[in-house]
Design a protein around this ligand. Sequence first.
Ligand code: DC
Length: 224
Amino acid sequence: MEKKAKSFVIAIDGPAGSGKSTVSKALAKKLGLLYIDTGAMYRALTLKAMRENANMEDEVFLTKLARSTKIDLKEGKKGLIVFLDGEDVTGLIRRPELTNNVKYIARVPGVRREMVKLQRSIGEREGAVLEGRDIGTVVFPDADYKFYLDADAEERANRRHKELAESGEKISLEDIKKGVLIRDKSDMNRSVGALKKAEDAIFINTTKLSIEGVVEKLLSYIKN
Ligand code: DC
């Protein structure tokens, strides 16, 4: 039997506000690849847990919840559409109170196992640009290209503030900065799937770069 050719996979990791999402989306478009926002998957499951009033300390329950939940990502005209058990939840998963709860879901090993399985199956099917925290280290350690994006905390908070203001959320820059630092801490310190640069990932500091500048930089590595 003929062996299926390995799909082309690009892994992009980094903390909140590093520019990952915008850059990954643009890169996927340029290369004609699927864009997979793995954070949106953790967010969708967090929404379900909140709706069910789940005890966020109950790892057995949260693992069962992950196993019995269907999360799908589809490309829509205005960007990625996130489906939770068939419902379009795209507009519900970026709210600040949900953002503060993702850490309880993302730290559960059983939840991460399910998410990683799903991410691999989508990526292996047709190739993709995947962005997250553990793509280059856990989900696709053999990715064709791995990038780790980072920026100063101040700049990352400014970007989040702008993003949220554009979507109509009123939250002070100071509170956003606190939130960003709390998320960094929980992302970097959980026992599984912690945010970490893969040894062979290319590090890019995006603090002083425009989105286009970062995309061009990544493309120059991919083309060479
Ligand atoms: O990328 P984001 O900010 O939308 O991600 C939301 C949360 O999901 C983030 O705080 C950490 C978690 N996450 C994760 O644990 N692993 C991933 N691969 C992606 C996101």
